[in-house]
Design a binder for this molecule. Structure first.
Ligand SMILES: *[C@@H]1O[C@H](CO)[C@@H](O)[C@H](O)[C@H]1NC(C)=O
Ligand SMILES: *[C@@H]1O[C@H](CO)[C@@H](O)[C@H](O)[C@H]1NC(C)=O
Ligand SMILES: *[C@@H]1O[C@H](CO)[C@@H](O)[C@H](O)[C@H]1NC(C)=O
Ligand SMILES: *[C@@H]1O[C@H](CO)[C@@H](O)[C@H](O)[C@H]1NC(C)=O
Ligand SMILES: *[C@@H]1O[C@H](CO)[C@@H](O)[C@H](O)[C@H]1NC(C)=O
Length: 738
């Protein structure tokens, strides 16, 4: 199995990041007052009011007029206050007893982990104190514990029920943020020379995902100035339990299962696993097996869908008891302009931290610089050993294909412009100044190259742009249909996973490639690995409001409140994004849930052909499959509906479902159907009336796909249970395949 990180991590060398970059961001303008947030963790115990504690602390620092500079006190779910302070006062407050953090109240348009704001989950959402009891098990490459994102200032001791351990080593210790850490290295899992024989992360991936899920608020975070803002996880108070299962050579099934075995008994609440392989039968897949046992113990597993899109059927981690997450863009994109000698400016895509200071360099096309014995049809792609260094040194190399930059750097090029039509929606980092352009722009550039006697160009440092079309599903994000169970829609939902800035390991560099010297505390990468921890955090957020909810209930809440993605550049629609983009603030109040427990999944597995004997071994309970009627996959109480068939003639299917009332005790929901041409949807009955919380009501959804002439079609509709307050939305997909 491989970790699903950025598609090709690249690398380079140039300048080292020092703290001066960050320090300068805090501003040295001491006389001006700015609005700061002083966060003080949990509510104080005993009779002392939080508000008076805030006033006292503030008075100690700013004197008796402290009361005036206090703008607001947080006294309901956690303790803290907002005040207008000089940077010197803010600094002093940071050192005060009881103060967890002090950070400026920023109001920038582009925030670092912009993804959370973009999806409508601002910093000031309501939070419960229970959030700090939520333990997220991160199964990944380990963690960089010194990152500010994992500073445990203000955190109390681990939740009492925590039974995990910290496998400390000379250089690795846990704290009250990273409450546990284990590492797994099964026999045969060799260590590369860069691997640490400890939970420490040498790759960056695990540090990135952990901080996306549960990192602290860290202001002034950026990648060498790019994406500057406040980095934060979705549940900044949650604890992290690290299970290092991936090494430089991959993540072994044995280690994955060992981690599940430990994590479940350690007492984690949610498992986040940005790892996957080719689709496999559920019980031949370590992740599906581990996730099944996690589910039995009330733990939801959040998985990445994979980076093998856009091919149909590429989705991995498709078991119905886990959450499968696709990746969408957010409205912030990184653009890298290429300026030509004739003054033309082309907007390309990449993450370029290098600054050529607008100096112009000659351009050379790879096709014009083959080594003796190489074919220009290879050298135009800038493949390794095809380029004549003597012709390229000191120039900008134009390539007809996107590469990771190592080849170009080896030729002595000062920069590279690449044609990239495969990934127009993702910005990659490279080892040298680089920008990738689409086909049309490259062909214009070639016209200039051919018509000018001394064609020159420069590649500018990246800037942030706005993508008005966002969100849409990234090209790389793996697509349904689910190859194991076609009638369970996968992926389940989507979350931001493109150009995500989060914490990074300082044992590696921006690209991790040999020759890169850019050691950074925060890095920008893309992948469903990055969207998965967003969904993990959203699940943890729901759990912090509803600690007793089952994994299926949490999943249902996330799915039925997701935003349908309106701008759809993908013909495969729901096979790309499932129920839509997660919306955590609505997910805490979903109205109705589609619940399911172990027994429901056992019935489902019986229908999939597993025998009673097999299931008894899996569940260690006396489960038996019904002798007569096998349950269809579409009968599982799932929040989405899939009807697939090979036949083109009319097809009708009835889906039984049961919802549980978690909204208002007395409520009445009406079914609102959205059926496109070619699909008929009937909900029976179409009104559900509840008299108490926890009450369950069953209904049928009758879906008829009309006759079609097409061999392959995907028709999608939806229906919503609506009580005037809650909208409980389910996608309905009908597919003809051959
Ligand atoms: C904070 O203080 C500055 C003066 O240093 C003032 O201009 C600003 O309006 C104050 N802000 C608030 C929100 O009170
Ligand atoms: C926070 O919760 C309160 C009380 O439940 C509610 O009135 C308020 O609208 C919520 N705020 C946000 C931002 O959701
Ligand atoms: C421990 O940290 C020191 C100093 O940062 C470093 O030189 C050493 O290589 C580290 N050892 C291990 C085993 O990571
Ligand atoms: C330049 O023009 C020549 C002649 O039309 C053509 O064969 C060649 O492919 C062009 N080079 C590029 C880089 O487009
Ligand atoms: C298991 O179930 C079967 C069939 O329901 C029953 O005959 C048997 O006694 C049960 N065994 C145990 C150990 O409960």
């Amino acid at each position: 199995m491989e970790s699903q990180t950025s598609l090709f991590p690249s690398l380079i060398l140039i300048f080292c990041l020092t703290c001066t970059l960050l320090n300068s961001c805090y501003g040295a303008t001491d006389d001006d007052r700015k609005v700061y947030i002083v966060y003080m963790g949990d509510l104080p115990k005993g009779k002392i009011s939080a508000s008076s504690i805030h006033t006292n602390i503030l008075q100690e620092v700013v004197g008796s007029d402290g009361v005036d500079s206090k703008l607001h006190s947080y006294t309901k779910s956690f303790s803290g206050f907002v005040a207008n302070l000089t940077s010197e006062e803010a600094q002093k407050l940071k050192g005060m007893e009881g103060v967890m953090s002090v950070f400026p109240n920023e109001n920038k348009q582009l925030h670092t982990t912009r993804s959370w704001d973009f999806m409508g989950f601002p910093k000031n959402v309501n939070r419960t104190t229970f959030e700090s009891d939520i333990i997220i098990g991160m199964f990944d490459t380990g963690i960089w514990p010194e990152s500010e994102s994992f500073n445990d200032q203000g955190f109390g001791p681990p939740p009492k029920r925590w039974r995990g351990i910290c496998q400390e080593s000379s250089n690795f210790t846990c704290n009250n943020k990273i409450i546990g850490a284990r590492y797994y290295r099964s026999q045969g899992q060799l260590i590369g020379q860069d691997d640490f024989d400890s939970p420490r992360d040498s790759e960056g991936h695990g540090t990135h995902t952990a901080s996306t899920a549960a990192g602290n608020l860290v202001s002034g975070a950026s990648l060498l100035g790019l994406g500057l803002g406040t980095a934060r996880g979705g549940v900044p108070s949650a604890r992290i339990a690290v299970y290092k299962i991936c090494w430089s050579r991959g993540c072994s099934d044995a280690d994955i299962l060992a981690a599940f075995d430990d994590a479940i008994s350690d007492g984690v609440d949610i498992i986040s696993l940005s790892v996957g392989g080719a689709p496999k039968d559920y019980f031949k897949d370590s992740i599906a097996i581990g996730a099944f046992h996690a589910m039995k113990n009330g733990i939801l597993t959040s998985n990445s869908a994979g980076n093998s899109g856009p091919s149909p059927g590429s989705v991995s981690n498709a078991s119905p008891w886990s959450l499968t997450v696709a990746a969408t863009t957010s409205d912030r994109k990184f653009v890298t302009n290429v300026k030509l000698g004739n003054g033309e400016l082309y907007e390309g895509i990449s993450i370029n931290t290098f600054d050529l200071k607008n100096k112009m360099f000659p351009i050379i096309y790879g096709g014009d610089a083959p080594t003796i014995g190489s074919d220009p049809s290879d050298s135009r792609l800038c493949l390794a050993y095809t380029i004549d260094k003597k012709l390229v040194e000191g120039k900008i190399l134009l390539c007809d294909m996107a590469l990771d930059g190592e080849q170009q750097l080896a030729t002595g090029a000062v920069g590279t412009i690449m044609q990239d039509t495969a990934f127009p929606d993702v910005a990659f980092s490279y080892l040298l100044p680089a920008s990738s352009l689409g086909l049309k722009k490259v062909s214009e550039l070639k016209d200039y190259y051919n018509s000018s006697r001394t064609p020159t160009a420069t590649i500018q440092k990246s800037i942030e742009g706005k993508d008005e079309l966002a969100p849409y599903v990234a090209t790389f994000s793996s697509r349904g249909p689910n190859r194991i169970t076609r009638d369970i829609l996968k992926p389940d939902l989507t979350a931001p996973g493109v150009d995500i800035l989060a914490a990074w390991s300082e044992a590696t560099t921006v690209t991790g490639d040999e020759g890169d010297t850019r050691i950074v505390p925060y890095n920008i990468v893309s992948g469903t690995s990055m969207s998965c921890p967003h969904a993990t955090a959203a699940a943890a957020y729901v759990k912090s409001f509803h600690p007793t909810w089952s994994p299926a209930a949490i999943k249902s809440a996330l799915m039925t409140t997701a935003y349908p993605i309106s701008v759809d550049r993908n013909a495969d629609a729901e096979f790309a994004y499932g129920a839509g983009q997660i919306n955590p603030t609505r997910a805490i109040n979903p109205g109705l849930i589609y619940d399911a427990g172990e027994i429901d999944y056992v019935d489902f597995l019986c229908g999939q052909g597993y025998t009673s004997e097999f299931l008894r071994l899996v569940t260690s309970e006396n489960n038996s499959c019904p002798q007569t009627t096998k349950k269809l996959a579409s009968h599982l109480n799932y929040p989405s509906f899939t009807l697939s068939s090979k036949s083109k003639s009319v097809r009708t299917h009835v889906f039984p479902r049961t919802v549980t009332n978690v909204g208002s005790p007395m409520s009445s929901y009406k079914a609102i159907v959205n059926a496109p041409a070619g699909l008929k949807i009937e909900v029976i009955p179409n009104v559900l009336s509840f008299k108490s919380l926890g009450q369950k009501k069953s209904f049928l959804v009758k879906v008829t796909r009309l006759e079609t002439k097409m061999d392959h079609i995907i028709i999608s509709g939806s229906f919503i249970w609506y009580d005037g307050v809650h909208q409980v939305r389910s996608p309905i997909i009908a597919q003809v395949y051959s």
